[in-house]
Ligand binder design. Structure first.
Ligand code: NAD
Length: 384
């Protein structure tokens, strides 16, 4: 048995904890790059408080999922303003932009030099600037992961900058910030967290540290996702989902992911669909294909028992089978109105290229069994 485990040095969790952000940042820098989403007015209180405490702020607004061109421009701006730290508050797109910026503040090569798979994949020369990550969605867990996902427009793929040094120095997870998520964002992000927990649980890199965290996260999803979707004001459900999301980030950073995320990289690069919806549309058929391939080619794999345990946790039924687990996921995707791949603009002509790119994606490395091109294409066809 061999494994490594890294996470954020400090995690603060609980309703209301975001109010204390200014207290936590005071010793981290003076010229902060504050990264937020398309509704920055909701964080006016934070800007006022930071300025009142003597911080100079460079504001960066992230619209949609960040791409390499946008990040390079923002990094140049932040460097010219001599920013010495980054505070990112928003969904996964904002947190990833903040993580890439913190790294590029102290590492001045072209962003493509650091990108894996399509870039040179060079290691960072210097530690990133101090970074505080505060999620407002409950799905990506990016506040504790070591990568920033960026769209590379020239390669038509979403790809990561990755380094354990990029794990935020402080993650503040305040479920109150997620109360304003509309049902469609609650659904997409919640199903992203479910996918991350499941892929890490069955991953070939699962460890005795990550697996108990996966079980805990899955049980929160089973309890809370439907309630968070139907009653967004339920703070208990929101807290459960924020915790599940945080745990999903911790496990993915250490146990990696699988075929769903292998596909999400090229699909997200070529089609405009929320990341969580892409994952949810693929999850049942990836489960089905992995379980069949494992049963036929690797029946001793511990991933089969992890899939069976997932089914028991999700259904709450101690005799549930892997097939019941797939049914549970299909039912929740249908109830939460997740569209199939066809609605995202994907056609069967796209299948061979998507399957080929997915096979090369870094996320595919944790899949519990190597899937053939025919199996990958079958997943796409059945997720239509
Ligand atoms: P997102 O950040 O793109 O946000 C989705 C939408 O929700 C946006 O319109 C945003 O403005 C809005 N929103 C965010 N918080 C809100 C709130 N509290 N109330 C109302 N609206 C709100 O979505 P996401 O799913 O959080 O992040 C997706 C991105 O994260 C993708 O690019 C994905 O690849 C990436 N990701 C990264 C990691 C990682 O470890 N780095 C893991 C998973 C996903």
């Amino acid at each position: 048995m061999q494994f490594q485990f890294s996470t954020a040095p400090k995690i603060i969790f609980g309703p209301g904890t975001a109010k204390a952000i200014p207290d936590h940042v005071s010793r981290m820098g003076r010229r902060a790059c504050l990264v937020t989403g398309s509704r920055p007015e909701q964080f006016q209180w934070l800007m006022d408080s930071l300025e009142h405490n003597g911080f100079q702020l460079q504001l960066i607004f992230v619209k949609g999922e960040p791409d390499t061109v946008f990040i390079s421009e923002c990094a140049a701006k932040a460097r010219s303003q001599s920013c010495d730290m980054v505070i990112a508050i928003g969904g996964g797109s904002v947190l990833d932009a903040g993580k890439a910026l913190a790294a590029l503040l102290t590492n001045s090569r072209d962003v493509l030099d650091y990108l894996e798979v399509v870039g040179k994949g060079l290691p960072l020369e210097n530690r990133p600037a101090p970074l505080i990550a505060v999620p407002t969605t409950s799905g990506t867990g990016s506040e504790v992961t070591s990568n920033a996902v960026l769209l590379s427009p020239e390669h038509g793929v979403k790809i990561s900058m990755r380094s354990t040094d990029m794990i935020p120095d402080l993650a503040i997870v305040d479920p109150e910030l997620t109360l304003s998520m509309p049902p469609n964002v609650t659904a997409a992000t919640g199903l992203d967290a479910l996918t991350q927990l499941m892929e890490a649980f069955v991953s070939r890199f699962a460890s005795p540290i990550t697996s108990p965290l996966c079980r805990e996260g899955l049980s929160h999803i089973a309890r809370a996702l439907r309630t968070a979707y139907t009653d967004g004001a339920d703070i208990e459900a929101r807290s459960s989902m924020s915790l599940a999301s945080l745990l999903s980030g911790i496990v993915l950073a250490n146990a990696r992911l699988g075929a769903v995320h292998g596909f999400a990289a090229p699909i997200g690069g070529q089609f405009h669909a929320p990341h969580g919806n892409v994952c949810a549309a693929l999850l049942p058929q990836v489960m089905r294909t992995n379980i069949r391939a494992l049963s036929e080619r690797a029946p001793e794999s511990p991933a089969l028992e992890a899939y069976a345990e997932t089914a028991r946790i999700l259904t709450g039924n101690s005799s549930a089978t892997t097939a019941d687990g797939i049914d549970w996921v299909m039912e929740i995707c249908s109830d939460l109105q997740i569209p199939g791949l066809a609605a995202m603009g994907i056609t069967d002509k796209d299948f061979p290229e998507l399957a080929e790119k997915a096979a090369r994606a870094s996320s595919m490395k944790g899949n519990p069994i190597e899937l053939t091109q025919a199996e990958l294409i079958k997943i796409l066809r059945r997720s239509y």
